[in-house]
Each structure stands twice: as structure tokens, then as C-alpha cells.
Design a protein around this ligand. Structure first.
Ligand code: 13P
Length: 243
């Protein structure tokens, strides 16, 4: 890992507004003396503007907020959706293609592709999730083919300004039989991706303060996407310090 690590918190559909503010303020204070890292907090949509405002007075530049999703449509009659242009100027990053969106909302690589194009058009950095199911473990080609599909029609230059989050589905803590990946395995996949795409690659799946170093020492891993362990500001700050 060469540049400053990118550590992203995906709070998923958790936190009350009060919890979110307390955690964000604690992370902000804890981050003040650590500036060799970039931290992105992705809370539920409703808290985005509130947390973004909390970083406006005395801003910490290496802290920002990100969205957990975005619509694949530009605007119009799409009930319940949030467009990339609505997120512009509020978020710096947005997660797309998360395996929970694929499993529960049946999203396809083509949808993720549309979302990336709209994010890039609105100058938001896409954090593009990809990862295989347990039955496909070791199938590096499958992961690669999925990324190729997701980036179809997107220039190498634009791909370079995106982030790939490699998240094997079997390693995500919400999976009842979750098993954390090993650093060696993650590096093997990240190396394959790095040979084909000139982008930052981060790892996600049961990351915590105890195992973060196993991933951040990998040559082709530049940070982490953290779910469950990011809900505790204390644990998340430990992860950041160790990264
Ligand atoms: P966990 O860190 O809880 O395994 O979640 C990973 C994830 O899905 C982040 O997007």
C-alpha cells in the first residue's frame, strides 16, 4: 500500500440520528491528529446533510461523508430514489453495487454501470463493490469478468478515478456463515484486479481492529470498507490508527 489509506464506514440501515451525530463527532475529534488517512462515513441517506454540516465549521479535510447507494436514473418519476445530481456537493463518494443491493434488490452489473456513469458525471467518486459467493471462492476470473461488465463503456481515465471495494460475500459479517478472508487470499484477488484496472482497491468483509493490518499490509490493497465494526466510534478509530 503506497498512498494514504482510504477507510470507509458503511453504516448500512443502522443508527438513529442521535447515534449518528454522537459517533460522527467522536470520529471527527479522534481523527484530528491523524492526517495520513482519508476517512469516509456512509450513513443512511437521511443523515447525510446533517453530518456533512457537522464537518463544515473547523472542517477536517481528510474526513467526508458518502452515500450508500444512488439511483441508476438521472431524474423523474422514480419513487423513493435519490439521484447523483442530488448528492452532488453533499458527498464526495458513493458506494455502488454492494452485494446486499444485489441480493435483496436484484441489482445487476448493468445497473451499477449506469450508477457509476451518473456519479462520475456529477464528480462523485464511485466505490464499486464486487465479490464472489462462497461457492465461487477462488474464481478470480469470475470477479474480474464482473468488474469488466460493471465498467463497460467507461474510459480507463474515469476508471482510474473510481475505487474498487473487493468484498467477498462469504466474508461479510451479516452472512450467517461469515468467515473472514485471509490477507493472502485478498492479495491474490487484488493483484488480479490491479493487473487489469488502474484504480485504488480496498477490502471489505469482517474487518475489525484486530485484523485490519492483515489487509492493509497487502501490496495491492489501499484501505478498507468496514460495516459492523464502524458502528462503534471507538473500534472504528482503532481500525484507522492501525491502518
Ligand atoms: P462487515 O464489516 O460487517 O462484514 O460489512 C462489510 C460490508 O458489507 C461493508 O460494505
Amino acid at each position: 500500500m503506497q498512498s494514504h489509506p482510504l477507510i470507509v464506514a458503511n453504516w448500512k440501515m443502522n443508527t438513529t440520528l442521535a447515534d449518528a451525530i454522537v459517533a460522527f463527532e467522536a470520529i471527527k475529534i479522534g481523527l484530528e491528529p491523524i492526517d495520513d488517512v482519508k476517512v469516509v462515513i456512509c450513513p443512511p441517506f437521511l443523515w447525510l446533510t446533517i453530518l456533512a454540516e457537522k464537518n463544515q465549521n473547523h472542517p477536517i479535510r481528510h474526513l467526508s461523508v458518502g452515500a450508500q447507494n444512488v439511483s441508476q436514473f438521472e431524474k423523474g418519476a422514480y419513487t423513493g430514489e435519490v439521484s447523483a445530481s442530488m448528492l452532488k456537493n453533499i458527498v464526495e463518494y458513493a458506494i455502488v453495487g454492494h452485494s446486499e443491493r444485489v441480493t435483496h434488490f436484484f441489482e445487476k452489473p448493468e445497473d451499477t454501470n449506469q450508477k457509476i456513469k451518473l456519479l462520475l458525471k456529477n464528480k462523485i467518486t464511485p466505490i464499486v463493490c464486487v465479490g464472489e459467493k462462497f461457492k465461487n471462492k477462488n474464481s478470480l476470473q469470475l470477479v474480474l469478468q464482473t468488474v469488466v461488465k460493471i465498467f463497460k463503456g467507461i474510459s480507463q481515465k474515469q476508471i482510474a478515478s473510481s475505487v474498487i471495494a473487493y468484498e467477498p460475500v462469504w466474508a461479510i459479517s451479516s452472512n450467517p456463515s461469515a468467515q473472514p478472508a485471509t490477507g493472502d487470499y485478498v492479495e491474490k484477488v487484488a493483484h488480479t484486479l490491479a493487473l487489469n484496472f488502474n484504480t485504488k482497491i480496498i477490502y471489505g468483509g469482517s474487518v475489525n481492529a484486530k485484523n485490519i493490518r492483515e489487509f492493509t499490509i497487502c501490496e495491492h490493497i489501499s484501505g478498507a470498507l468496514v460495516g459492523n465494526a464502524s458502528l462503534s466510534a471507538k473500534e472504528f478509530l482503532q481500525i484507522i490508527k492501525k491502518a
